[in-house]
Each structure stands twice: as C-alpha cells, then as structure tokens.
Ligand binder design. Structure first.
Ligand code: 6PG
Length: 251
C-alpha cells in the first residue's frame, strides 16, 4: 500500500518533498550510477524545484546533477518558452541553476504543429532511453506527479480515452485533446507512469482534499478518478500532502 506523509503546511511540504527527492536520487545514483527522473508541471512542484536548486539550502550539493536524465510526464502543447510550458517552468525554477548537461534534458517536443507526431517522437525517446531492453519492466527511477482537483495525473483526465479497456496503450506517450481546456496536451501513458520504481505525488491545499480521498480511499473507478491508476503501483507510491489536502483521509 502507498505511504502517505502529512506536512503541517505548504512550506513544510516543500522541505519534505525536497528531502525525499534528494534521498531517492542519492540511493539511485549509489546503486545505478544514473537516475532517470520524470518531472511534473503545476504550481506545487515549482517551489520544490526552487528548493532543490537553492545554494543556500542543503539539497543542491547532495545531488550529483551530472548523472541525472530529465524527462516530463506531461506537457501543454505550447512553445517551450511559453508561460504555460511545464518545461519552461522547470527550466526557470531548477534547470537553469544546476549543472545538468544539456544532452541529459529531454523535454516533450511541441513544435511540429502535429501533436500526435510529437507524441510519437517522444515515445521513441522513452523507448530508446528509458524502456530499454534490460529494464523493460521498470521505467523511471523517480516519477514526480501533482494531482488535479478532478483526480487527474499527468494529462490523463477523467473519462480519458487512455483509460478505456480497449485503449491502445503500447505507445509510451500520447496526444490528448483536453476539451475542457480547449487545448492539446502530451502525456505519458498509464503503463509507463505506473512502472516507475518510485512515484512521489506532491499536493497541497483544501481544494485537493476530495481528490486525495478519491485516490487513496474511494471505491475503484479509474475512469472517474485517473489517479487511482497508481493503486497498481502499491508501495512504490508515496503521497506527500499538507494537512489541508489530507483532511478527508481517515485515521
Ligand atoms: C500539468 C500537470 C498536472 C498537474 C496537476 C496539479 O501540467 O498541469 O502535470 O497533472 O500536476 O494539474 O497541478 P497544480 O500543482 O498546479 O495544482
């Protein structure tokens, strides 16, 4: 079963998340010499990224940035310098301030004008660098996720075709039309997300309380609450939430 750790408030949550990420990276680098990391967008992780990059805080110097490979779990279909871009957010908050080699940074492509073609190209990137033959059963060493108020993770929204029993899930990435946002998104597919060795879901605020409850305690209805996909990953999932987001959780 997934672990759930509750922080007193948003500031404590950011510290907790930075410590957990750093410890996962230290352990992975000690064991494998390289770490495949999938980053997330959204507002909560921005503070985490700023903490990790901050030379005045303890985490930046504990991480061997030269041995990380960075990927993204989902992306808005906008140019890489657009204010809505998940890549741009991570670039500003983290990557610009740490020595990750440029060749180790793998953003989702969003420039061809053809979301499906860009998703297919990213699937090839994932297949060649992450889903390699010797590690077919494991994808990322560390997957970071946020949680939407509607229970979405990455860009797998309620009712998503990616959740249909007959969905074509062999591809590692897909383009999805988010009709409620009137926008295209690119996202990794459920099997790739849930095959990660460690999955940290970081979320805060009272508006997320119902989604956290649905994720952890509600009866299974994955089409309504895509986050319930993570139940199949069992104890590889750790929830980091603040008290407000945890208020509907029993015990
Ligand atoms: C995105 C995400 C998405 C996000 C949640 C939570 O690009 O929007 O990757 O899945 O993590 O919507 O976002 P917040 O942290 O901003 O609430």
């Amino acid at each position: 079963m997934a672990a759930l750790t509750i922080a007193a408030d948003a500031a404590a949550l950011a510290d907790l998340a930075a410590e957990r990420v750093t410890r996962h990276l230290e352990e992975t680098l000690a064991a494998r010499g390289i770490a495949m990391v999938s980053l997330t967008g959204g507002s909560t992780p921005r503070v985490l990224y700023e903490h990790l990059a901050d030379p005045e805080r303890p985490w930046r110097r504990r991480i061997d940035w030269s041995r990380l490979q960075l990927f993204w779990g989902d992306e808005r279909y906008v140019p890489p310098d657009h204010p809505d871009s998940n890549f741009a957010m991570a670039q500003r908050a983290l990557i610009a301030h740490v020595p990750v080699p440029p060749s180790s940074i793998h953003p989702m492509p969003t420039s061809s004008g053809d979301p499906a073609a860009d998703a297919a190209a990213y699937a090839m990137t994932i297949d060649s660098l992450v889903r390699t033959r010797d590690r077919a059963a494991v994808t990322f060493d560390l997957l970071l996720l946020g949680l939407g108020e509607d229970g979405h993770i990455a860009s797998i929204f309620p009712g998503s075709p990616l959740l249909a029993p007959d969905a074509h899930l062999a591809s590692a990435a897909a383009a999805v039309w988010a009709s409620h946002l009137h926008a295209w998104r690119l996202t990794l597919t459920p099997a790739v997300l849930t095959a990660s060795a460690a999955i940290l879901v970081i979320t805060e605020g009272a508006a997320k309380a119902a989604a956290v409850h649905a994720a952890v305690e509600a009866p299974l209805d994955v089409s309504r609450y895509p986050v319930q996909l993570l139940r199949s990953a069992g104890d590889r999932v750790e929830w980091l939430v603040d008290r407000a987001a945890a208020r509907l959780i029993d015990g």
